[in-house]
Write a protein that binds this ligand. Structure first.
Ligand SMILES: NC(=O)c1ccc[n+]([C@@H]2O[C@H](COP(=O)([O-])OP(=O)(O)OC[C@H]3O[C@@H](n4cnc5c(N)ncnc54)[C@H](OP(=O)(O)O)[C@@H]3O)[C@@H](O)[C@H]2O)c1
Length: 312
């Protein structure tokens, strides 16, 4: 589809939280015709300066061609799509396609597909990798599954939000890819916290240790973008411990369903639970570093060293 045709489609957007707001902003800035609904209206209003419109009711999005959804959990997805005042609650039009981006289970996604199919709506499962800062830096990626035609129709809009949209097949396959990804996120973050505390206790400043790691073969986009938090203890939320626990639980549930032992995921889930239980859940999940330091009898101080996040 060419850019001119792209702007002809009406896009609805449900959920203007940390992720949804940054994603919808890119879509609106890219010239798409976007109408946003958010439970807390003020967050959606912030998007009007990028050219988006704000809807008062979810049913106002029902005559859009494509509706994106980015909320928290499956209960929330079900509420906004099929709840008493949800997207499908009117008796008139329905969108052709729903692109559902929240991190939810395979079973939930399948239930959503059935609910939508009952009204003739196609579902593209399209969870993402990257936080709001990665979105702004143009580094988000989608993993998608569902009807290939729905993927092709949504692709121009996915492309405005993220440079990568990988189609992995029919049905709910994208969900298991995302679940695996976030299990890895949790395990890697805990491991990075352990080795950073170990290096510091042995006398290495965190910024020097992480600079080496980032430039080594083990360095990654992720280790680079968590470095400012680890060095200067800036724990402004990018992703909450509760949402990470949800994803580790989804991973463990999938492990049970497919009979795959997940020992590292299991212990990491309980460490994240300990973080939450200790009241350290009001900030970013990178606070796993602080929990680890406490367990090692180390009091952390910000190093106040300017370090990049690799996102430009
Ligand atoms: N943050 C990340 O780095 C990241 C990365 C990849 C994927 N994810 C996934 O993306 C999803 C969103 O994460 P986030 O960090 O953007 O979360 P967030 O900042 O907490 O935003 C959650 C959004 O969902 C809405 N919401 C929640 N429950 C709702 C309900 N019952 N009815 C209507 N709206 C509801 C919230 O509305 P209000 O504004 O009214 O509260 C808000 O717009 C989650 O599934 C998460 O696992 C997050």
């Amino acid at each position: 589809m060419n850019a001119g045709a792209t702007t002809l489609r009406r896009i609805g957007w449900i959920g203007a939280g940390r992720m949804g707001c940054a994603m919808a902003e890119r879509l609106a800035q890219g010239g798409a015709d976007v109408t946003v609904w958010n439970r807390t209206r003020a967050k959606a209003e912030a998007l009007t300066k990028s050219g988006a419109r704000v809807a008062d009711r979810l049913t106002e999005l029902a005559d859009c061609d494509i509706v994106f959804c980015m909320v928290s959990t499956w209960d929330d997805v079900r509420e906004v799509v099929a709840g008493p005042s949800g997207l499908l609650s009117g008796s008139g039009n329905v969108p052709r396609i729903v692109v559902e981006c929240s991190s939810i289970s395979l079973e939930s996604s399948s239930e959503l597909r059935t609910l939508l199919a009952g009204r003739g709506v196609e579902l593209l499962a399209a969870p993402v990798s990257g936080n709001a800062k990665a979105i702004k830096a143009g580094r988000l990626s989608f993993v998608c599954s569902g009807p290939k035609a729905a993927f092709d129709a949504a692709l121009p809009y996915l492309g405005m939000i993220a440079p990568a949209a990988i189609y992995v097949g029919e049905g709910e396959l994208a969900r298991i890819v995302k679940i695996c990804h976030n299990v890895f996120l949790g395990v890697v973050t805990q491991s990075l916290a352990e080795i950073t505390v170990l290096a510091q206790k042995a006398g290495v400043p965190r910024h020097a240790f992480l600079e080496f790691m980032n430039q080594s073969v083990m360095g990654s986009t992720f280790s680079r973008y968590k470095t400012p938090a680890f060095v200067n203890l800036d724990f402004k939320v990018t992703f909450t411990p509760q949402l990470l626990r949800k994803d580790l639980d989804l991973g463990l549930d999938a492990g049970r369903r497919y009979e795959v032992p997940m020992p590292l995921a299991s212990i990491t889930r309980d460490i994240v639970q300990t973080l939450i239980g200790n009241g350290m859940d009001d900030e970013d999940f990178a606070k796993l570093l602080v929990l680890q330091a406490q367990a090692a009898g180390l009091e952390l101080e910000p190093e106040d060293v300017p370090v990049g996040d690799g996102l430009g």
